[in-house]
Write a protein that binds this ligand. Structure first.
Ligand code: G1P
Length: 294
């Protein structure tokens, strides 16, 4: 038996420059998709995948994330006195959901550096990493799909998605060979190499890394060993490439739809689709959209 994955790390110290000016004084992780902050979608995905320990790597100006997952006595008192039971449950559920640990990343030195900040809290056990910009709507939570592969092979697993060639330079990109797994060859890959944000025309494939990872603890040694990479930052992709020298890494083309909610257009797409699916909003919102002359 491989050790169980109990912890998920949420890097949340980035400056969110793609979403300025909204993110000047507000963490991008707190931008609401309909009525729920981005980071809560990721936390719920982790919980639905049986991961209970949440570690959020924060930075300056991110205290609203801590408040969000904390108890709000004043709000609870008000809702209780006004007999607003549904809202009270909504507010309580968030703080009851999980126990969260926080660690600060004092400088935004890259995704690899953010993950390394969690090393003391993670210890020497396998763990998950969730980038809350990537919101994934799936019947089986994406993290659960990766955990199934991890539990079978006992190795690191990254989420993969095919991306059009004109967008591939925005991602970590893998060179990988398909692996026959349970009779299916189209989803699972063994990774041979990877590169962070390749120049146009230099990507090894159209398979991009999406923000869900299951990592073995040796990744911390690799992060410590690598120099800064793309954009002068300590890149998680470079650390994975370093880890590949001694450990196998798998890639899994997950089932589900991913929204790049850290990007304005991706965020709008997610907002519209999530709102249309809501029982309370979907009907009237659809009617409203129909009145627009598009
Ligand atoms: C990060 C990772 C990149 C990955 C991407 C997925 O990049 O560095 O490898 O493909 O997330 O969203 P970022 O979007 O932070 O630039």
């Amino acid at each position: 038996m491989h050790p169980k994955v109990r912890k998920a790390v949420f890097p949340a110290a980035g400056l969110g420059t793609r979403f300025l000016p909204a993110t000047k004084a507000q963490p991008k992780e707190m931008l609401p998709l309909v009525d729920k902050p981005l980071i809560q979608y990721g936390v719920e995905e982790a919980i639905q995948s049986s991961i209970q320990n949440i570690i959020i790597v924060t930075g300056r100006g991110k205290s609203s994330i801590e408040d969000h997952f904390d108890v709000n006595f004043e709000m609870e008192h008000l809702l209780e006195s006004k007999k607003k039971k549904d809202l009270l449950k909504l507010v309580r559920d968030i703080s009851d959901m999980i126990d969260v640990c926080y660690v600060r990343q004092k400088e935004a030195l890259g995704l690899g550096h953010a993950v390394l900040r969690a090393s003391e809290l993670v210890g020497r056990e396998p763990f998950a990493v969730v980038l809350s910009d990537d919101v994934i709507d799936a019947e089986i939570p994406c993290l659960r799909q990766l955990l199934d592969i991890h539990e079978f092979f006992g190795a690191s697993v990254v989420a993969l998605m095919e991306v059009p060639s004109e967008q591939i330079s925005a991602y970590g990109v893998v060179d990988a060979e398909p692996v026959d797994h349970n009779g299916a060859r189209d989803r699972l890959f063994r990774i041979r190499n990877m590169v962070e944000k390749p120049k146009a025309g230099e990507a090894p494939s159209n398979l991009a890394i999406i923000g869900r990872y299951i990592l073995v603890p040796e990744i911390f040694d690799s992060i410590n060993a690598i120099p800064p990479g793309a954009g002068g930052e300590i890149q998680l992709t470079d650390a994975l490439k370093h880890l590949l020298r001694n450990r196998p890494i798998y890639g899994y083309k997950f089932e589900g739809k991913r929204y790049d909610a850290g990007d304005k257009l991706g965020f709008l797409k997610a907002t519209v689709e999530f709102a249309l699916r809501r029982n309370d909003l979907g009907g009237p919102f659809r009617e409203y959209l129909k009145t627009l002359s598009l």
